[in-house]
Design a protein around this ligand. Structure first.
Ligand SMILES: *Cc1c(COP(=O)(O)O)cnc(C)c1O
Length: 235
């Protein structure tokens, strides 16, 4: 099974998941997480119709975005201050912002580049110590702070659910969606109009995320490897 088969199967399943949830399939973007694969695999994915790719290392983001400028490149990894110039240059959307000093730095870099950068706030909904992201209770204050920066637009929220239990994952996604709605209601109209993205769901739990309102699902292994296909044949 090649990339095209896995991609087509994923899109078909996404259409079914959207229909079951009463949603329009156009409202969910598939982000192909290419962090474990090389340029050849990205080229193949592009040829199959993939438009959005996710990387978690700034150097790989830069390398692949330079090689494939026709695609949209998303940054989904941990942010380090000194890497922000590189991320700001290449990312169309940063999924993992959770510190004020990083917001300031992105604003400065985007101003230098003469652009606006779109970001999502990473939220640690599950409260697991191993996970990065801000506490749900801190999102509203962060938005108030973000309002004073002209070159960064906060487009919504991102989370990673605990792995291994789909019911737990689903509750986590539902909480993120409820948080997005609550915060949105409290925002001034100009901020609220932009604040609508929910980046949630990975290879194992994207169906639950779509049912809960995800607008971007971040899929790596289920697109670029055969592990999930093998699973499905065994069971
Ligand atoms: C690696 C990664 C993914 C994709 O994970 P898969 O389980 O391979 O689909 C999604 N989001 C983030 C933040 C990641 O680091």
């Amino acid at each position: 099974m090649g990339f095209q088969d896995r991609y087509d199967a994923t899109l078909a399943e996404l259409a079914r998941a959207c229909e079951a949830a009463g949603r329009d399939a156009c409202d969910v973007r598939v982000l192909a997480v290419s962090k474990t694969v090389g340029a050849d695999a990205v080229a193949e994915a592009l040829a199959c119709g993939c438009t959005d790719f996710g990387e978690n290392r700034p150097d790989m983001l830069a390398e692949k975005a330079e090689a494939f400028p026709q695609a949209s490149w998303h940054f989904i990894g941990n942010i380090q201050s000194r890497k922000i110039p590189e991320i700001a240059r290449f990312a169309t959307l940063v999924h993992s912002l959770c510190e004020r000093r990083h917001l300031e730095r992105f604003d400065r870099e985007a101003a230098l580049l003469g652009r606006t950068i779109d970001v999502l706030l990473e939220v640690n909904v599950s409260g697991e110590a191993s996970k990065s992201g801000m506490a749900p209770a801190d999102v509203a204050d962060f938005m108030a702070y973000a309002a004073s920066f002209d070159h960064v637009r906060v487009r919504g929220l991102m989370t990673m659910a605990p792995q291994g239990d789909l019911d737990v994952a689903r509750r986590c996604f539902e909480e993120l969606a409820a948080l997005r709605d609550d915060v949105r209601e409290s925002l001034p109209a100009d901020q609220a109009a932009l604040f609508n993205e929910l980046s949630m769901g990975m290879s194992e739990d994207w169906r639950e995320a779509v049912a809960s309102g995800a607008t971007i699902v971040r899929i790596g292994r289920a697109l670029f490897s055969d592990v999930f296909v093998a699973d499905a044949t065994v069971s």
